[in-house]
Structure formats: structure tokens, C-alpha cells
Design a binder for this molecule. Structure first.
Ligand code: SF4
Length: 488
């Protein structure tokens, strides 16, 4: 979280999680209902939309400025995409290579098939380390497996050290955006929050707010027995973990406690150290409009004899959690190329309207809508594929060239094949019936044009909800076919 992202204007309307429920993941069976309810509320909330626009205000200009510094941004996208393509398509070869090198550096790898196994592994490691206090740096994979809740349930004291995550932890909310976790919170709210929890005086200065968190955190790094981090990249040829961050908190989290546990999805592997030369700046530019993030660290095992810092033990939990199912799908495999830069969220008109919590998932926005149905089940999470105007802004913004909006279409198609709704099925049958009979199709079009104005005036129940947030366009005077004929 960078202070510039904190909106100052106290008049701007903050975004209190969701309107109708606390911002936690809802049960899968209710996910669609909750999404529709929250989306309906927030799309009408002009204050919230203005707030998100303001929070992202500086991002577009700085991103474009940094992109302009590349000799050829499109070629850099090709290179980044190729590095990820080559790694993801050779995971069977690169993962064992990474593991062998990581373990020869003194680290230990634990494979986790799913979230439950990953949580169990981490809890076992905490028990073995006789840990009491845990400090964490930003790790979306740990959000994915709901690790904090599991650790707190087992009595561990857990503190998030990333400023944005720390604020969210104090608010009792998950991240609003997977790069800018508290972009929806105003400065004065943060000041009040710190006042309530840390007893500090009010301040409007982002620097002072950062210093308050920093002073509070210093002791915790020293007191923590275990530090938990994520990983941005796993370098197969050297067995190193690459972490990129802006606050230096991940470095302290990994270096000061006795035990370091990193958690990463299996798709984070890249083959060469050189690959980071393109991936790290692309991640910073696309995600935050920076040339590079401030701290870029490679971790190569625990402390060695003669070294003055670093953990005594280093563990890596490698998580599958349905990633191999995505890998097995050649059509959508490239969604594993994602480097979690967040650029697709920043440009998505749907995200900017409904906000991060409405998705009800760990990964919000367009890429979240692509992968969540894979990670958590197509039947319950298929509605996210509809959370897109298919404008393609996400695909254009993606530094590793994931064809995001087409994947959303693929998910829609797969959902229709798996569990088509009865009404939808009937609608498609009627359409096919009419489309095969030109006279019927033309008559249907004429009736539709004639009744469009009437529908607008009478707002029948079938379309009332749809019309609540939209304007019906005026009916064209003539059908496409007659316009076509007259122009020729
Ligand atoms: S899909 Fe692309 S733009 Fe979106 S977070 Fe992943 S890498 Fe970034």
C-alpha cells in the first residue's frame, strides 16, 4: 500500500464492505445471489464510484509514463508472456528442478494439494517451531486458503505487516483489491482506526500514518517466532524465491523470526533468473505505475554459518488447489501466467462500479472472474463470468498477454454446457427456431421495434429490474435488413 493511494477528501464516501453483509466470503450456494444484490446497490452508489475513481486517479498517468520509458512496451509484453508460457508449459520439468535447488540451498518444500492440506502443513510447522506469535507480509495465496482464520482459531497471535493489509486486519475486512488492499478507506478513517486500536492522536498526514504503523510493527518483528510471506516468482535454475514489495516489511518478516514460511502457487515458477529482468519491472509498471518496486529480494535458503541475519529454518508450501485442473485445460492454461499485478482490475469498468468486495472472492476483478470458477466450482461461481462488459480493457492492460475477456466467454460457454438454466435454454431454442425462418425473424424484429417504446413506458415486471439501472435505447426506425437493402 502506498500512501498516495489513500484518499484524503473526507467528503468522499467510503465503502463499508458490502451493503448487506460483512465483507467475508459468502457460502458458495449464496454467492450469486449476494453478488447480484451487492452489485445492484453499488452500481447505483455514485459516491463509491467517485471514490474508486479518485483512488485510482494517479495510477493511469504514472503507468503510461513508465510504459513510455520502455523502448517497446509491446515487445516487453511478448517477452514477459513468453517467459511465463515457457515455464507454465514445462511445470513438470521446472518444479522438480526448483525444488531440488531450493532444498540444496537448505530450504524444505511441502506440497499441498488443496487449501485444507496447506493450512494443516502451516499449523504443523507452527506447532513444531513452538511458535506463539506470527508476523505476515502480503500473501494472497494465504488469503486464498484462509490461513489467518485457521491460525487465530488455533490461538496464534497473527499480525499483517503490509500497511494496507494491517489496516484491513484492524478493520476486520479482507483485501478490497489484491494489490491495493485498503484503497477504499479514507485517511481520516485510518487515523480514527489507529486511534482506537493503537491509541495514537489523529493525523491527516500519510507519512505520519505510515510511521505509526511502522513504530507499532518494529517490536512485533522481533517478538515473532515465525514469519510468513508469499512469493512473486520461484526461480528454477537457482532455487531462489523472489519477493517484490514497496515497504521493506517482507524483508523483515523473512529475516528476523526464527522460521520463515513462504506460501506460493505452483504456477509461480520461472526458469531463469534473467526472466526477472523483464517480469519485475513489468509487474511494477502495470500494477502500480512504478519503474520498479522499492525492494526486490531473492531468498536462497536459511541463514548460513557466519551470516548475521536470516531465519534458522526456511519452508516453502507449494499449493496446487485446482491449478493443475487449469493446467489441463489448454484453452485457459494461460490464466496461470498471471503475475497478480492488478492492472486488469484498475482498468475494468465493472470493478470500478461494483468494487472489490462485491465479487465475494479472494481474487477480484477480471482475472478473479476467470480463475475463481476453476478454483471454487463453475456451478456456484459461474455468475462472475457475467461480471464483464467484454470490452477487452483487461486483455489490453495485461502485461503477460492473458486473453482475459475471451476466457470469460469460455467460462460462460462451459457453464451453459454444464448447467444451462431452463429459461436460458428455452430462449436459445426460440432464437434458433426463429433464426431458421427469415419471415419469423423479421416479424419478431418488427414486433420488438414496435413495442420497445411501450416497454420503456410500462416497465413490465420481466424487465423492470434490468431497467432500474439502464436506459433502453430508442428503437431504430427500420430493421438492419431494410437499411442494408436501401444502402445498396
Ligand atoms: S491477469 Fe494480467 S493484468 Fe490481471 S492481474 Fe494477472 S497479470 Fe495482471
Amino acid at each position: 500500500m502506498i500512501p498516495d493511494m489513500i484518499v484524503k477528501d473526507p467528503a468522499a464516501k467510503s465503502f463499508p464492505g458490502t451493503a448487506s453483509h460483512p465483507p467475508v466470503e459468502v457460502p458458495p450456494a449464496l454467492a450469486k445471489k449476494q453478488f447480484l444484490a451487492d452489485a445492484a446497490v453499488h452500481t447505483r452508489d455514485v459516491g463509491h464510484r467517485a471514490f474508486v475513481r479518485k483512488a485510482l486517479g494517479g495510477y493511469y498517468a504514472s503507468r503510461d509514463l513508465q510504459k513510455a520509458r520502455y523502448r517497446d512496451w509491446e515487445q516487453a509484453r511478448d517477452a514477459a508472456s513468453l517467459a511465463k508460457w515457457s515455464a507454465v508449459n514445462r511445470l513438470d520439468e521446472l518444479l522438480p528442478r526448483f525444488v531440488a535447488n531450493f532444498e540444496s540451498n537448505g530450504g524444505r518444500v511441502h506440497w499441498a494439494r488443496d487449501a485444507e492440506e496447506a493450512r494443516r502443513i502451516v499449523l504443523d510447522l507452527l506447532r513444531t517451531a513452538k511458535a506463539r506469535a506470527v508476523i505476515k507480509s502480503k500473501c494472497m495465496t494465504s488469503e486464498e486458503i484462509h490461513l489467518n482464520q485457521a491460525m487465530e482459531k488455533d490461538g496464534y497471535e497473527v499480525v499483517e505487516s503490509d500497511l494496507g493489509e494491517f489496516i484491513q486486519q484492524l478493520r476486520g475486512e479482507p483485501p478490497y483489491h489484491f494489490v491495493f488492499p485498503c484503497m477504499h478507506v479514507r485517511r481520516d478513517e485510518i487515523s480514527d482506526l489507529f486511534g482506537r486500536h493503537l491509541g495514537t492522536p489523529p493525523t491527516d498526514s500519510p507519512e505520519e500514518l505510515t510511521m505509526i504503523a511502522r513504530r507499532h510493527m518494529r517490536r512485533l518483528y522481533v517478538d515473532a517466532d515465525v514469519g510468513i510471506t508469499g512469493a512473486n516468482f520461484l526461480v528454477a535454475e537457482t532455487g531462489q524465491i523472489s519477493i517484490t514489495e514497496n515497504e521493506g516489511n517482507a524483508r523483515l518478516t523473512a529475516a528476523l523470526p526464527r522460521v520463515h514460511i513462504a506460501i506460493a502457487g505452483i504456477e509461480k515458477v520461472v526458469e531463469h533468473l534473467d526472466d526477472l529482468a523483464v517480469l519485475l519491472p513489468m509487474l511494477a509498471t502495470a500494477g502500480a505505475g512504478q519503474p520498479m518496486t522499492c525492494y526486490n529480494t531473492l531468498y536462497a535458503g536459511p541463514r548460513r554459518p557466519g551470516e548475521c541475519d536470516g531465519p534458522e529454518e526456511m519452508h516453502l508450501v507449494l499449493l496446487d488447489n485446482s491449478r493443475t485442473a487449469i493446467l489441463a485445460d489448454p484453452e485457459q492454461r494461460d490464466s496461470l501466467h498471471c503475475i497478480r499485478c492488478g492492472a486488469c482490475l484498475n482498468v475494468c469498468p465493472i470493478f470500478k462500479n461494483v468494487g472489490g468486495f462485491t465479487y465475494g472472492t479472494t481474487y477480484q476483478g477480471p482475472i478473479g472472474s476467470v480463475i475463481t470458477p476453476h478454483l471454487r466450482g463453475l456451478v456456484d461461481w459461474n455468475h462472475l463470468s457475467g461480471a464483464s462488459s467484454l470490452c477487452g480493457a483487461c486483455t489490453d492492460a495485461c502485461p503477460v498477454r492473458i486473453d482475459i475477456h475471451h476466457h470469460l466467454l469460455h467460462n460462460r460457454r462451459n457453464a451453459a454446457r454444464t448447467a444451462p438454466g431452463r429459461l436460458e435454454k428455452l430462449g436459445h431454442r426460440l432464437f434458433v427456431f426463429a433464426a431458421r425462418r427469415p419471415w419469423l425473424f423479421a416479424a419478431g424484429g418488427a414486433i420488438f421495434r414496435a413495442t420497445l417504446g411501450l416497454m420503456k413506458r410500462l416497465r413490465p415486471p420481466l424487465v423492470r429490474d434490468w431497467l432500474a439501472t439502464r436506459d433502453l435505447p430508442a428503437a431504430p426506425a427500420a430493421s438492419f435488413r431494410s437499411q442494408w437493402r436501401s444502402r445498396r
